[in-house]
Design a protein around this ligand. Structure first.
Ligand code: NAI
Ligand code: ISE
Length: 335
């Protein structure tokens, strides 16, 4: 069966996911597009999905019988309404991170999916599909029980509208999810400290910042978020265990001996860093959607990430103070 996909939000990642579904992956085709900026949806139709219908609203797209599954790739604050509409229509839905911009919003999605009684939602936490993180998780069997994690999430630059809390719910949210998965653990507290801000930032963005998360098993995770690092897109992670240390591999790159130096290029764009992971996560979505369900990161994972994100934003405001992170009971649907 070819899954007929409707895409809501055809900006950077919506366009890229539409491309991979129509040009790279198997089992899906883009039949519908919608964006509040209609010209953006029309441009994706012209460039990638000539047979797709452009709908005026996401709700009309979800209701259409041209669509059996939905990709929500609009701005984070609009995800909840579309995911809830997809669940109400009984259609599998891939939602980019964040599932919702507040824990309450993500909980409404969990409750709706539980009431539906079957998984319909996959959250776009693509790092769980990254070869490097998968290998790192496997290596933890040899390095022994984790004690500490040292990590960094560095972007060369971010748009002018990016503010201090976005470092958590737009950027750190990837680490928040991937460390829960990597360590098979949940968070109990968060603390944020700020070094002096770098010269390239602006008044509404304290950058960089250091987030310390403590897990239920007592692992302490330090993550640097530095979104004006200038030199490249760089994701680092080192897990210190009882018997050894395991590190996330660097992306494949050609090492050159050139001009009296040993050089190793560094990527500059998230699209390139995780290109293979996006392919694998969406192939997984298409496979499950063909069966009328979803696999991969769940609404519960999206909710738990939102709970931790909210606590981290509070910890930013309480600079240096520890903020507790609740750990609610997991519904049986996500066991
Ligand atoms: P973008 O700004 O390039 O595109 C978002 C699009 O959504 C725009 O075309 C905008 O007009 C449209 N839009 C906004 N509100 C809408 C609404 N109510 N209904 C329909 N369309 C609407 O943003 P980008 O970078 O593509 O990000 C989109 C989402 O994807 C965000 O949630 C972001 O966090 C996530 N993302 C995930 C990444 C990952 O690595 N997994 C990487 C980049 C983005
Ligand atoms: C962006 O939305 C992403 O998800 C990227 O993976 C992340 O590195 C960046 O900081 C976010 O703004």
């Amino acid at each position: 069966m070819t899954v007929r996909i409707g895409v809501i939000g055809t900006g950077a990642i919506g366009r890229d996911h539409a491309r991979r579904i129509n040009q790279v992956l198997s089992g899906g085709t883009i039949t519908a597009l919608s964006d509040v900026n209609r010209a953006s949806a029309e441009a994706v139709k012209a460039d990638i999905a000539p047979d797709a219908t452009v709908f005026a609203t996401g709700e009309e797209l979800i209701a259409s019988d041209q669509v059996n599954a939905v990709l929500v790739t609009s701005w984070g604050a609009t995800h909840e309404q579309y995911v809830l509409a997809a669940i109400a229509a009984g259609k599998p839905c891939f939602c980019e991170k964040p599932l919702a911009t507040t824990a309450e919003g993500a909980r409404r999605i969990v409750d709706a999916e539980v009431a539906h009684g079957k998984r319909l939602v996959q959250v776009g936490f693509m790092r769980r599909y990254d070869e490097g993180y998968v290998a790192l998780k496997a290596a933890l069997a040899q390095t022994g029980a984790p004690i500490m994690v040292h990590a960094a999430h560095r972007n060369p630059t971010v748009p002018e509208a990016y503010t201090t809390p976005m470092a958590i719910h737009d950027t750190l949210i990837h680490e928040i999810d991937v460390f829960r998965w990597l360590l098979d653990d949940d968070y109990v507290s968060a603390r944020v400290t700020f070094p002096r801000s770098c010269a390239r930032t602006h008044a509404k963005l304290r950058d960089p910042q250091i987030v310390t998360l403590t897990t239920a098993k007592g692992v302490v995770i330090n993550t640097e978020i530095f979104v004006n690092c200038h030199y490249g897109y760089d994701i680092q992670c080192e897990v210190v265990g009882e018997d050894g240390v395991a590190s996330l591999p660097e992306p494949m790159a050609i090492r050159m001996r050139l001009n009296a130096s040993l050089q190793n290029p560094i990527l500059t764009d998230w699209k390139d860093r995780f290109v293979a992971s996006y392919d694998v996560e969406l192939q997984d979505f298409l496979k499950a959607a063909a069966l009328g369900t979803a696999s991969g990161p769940t609404s519960w994972d999206g909710y738990m990430a939102a709970v931790a994100s909210d606590a981290c934003v509070q910890a930013q405001e309480a600079e240096g103070e520890s903020v507790a992170i609740p750990c609610p009971d997991r519904p049986a649907l996500y066991a």
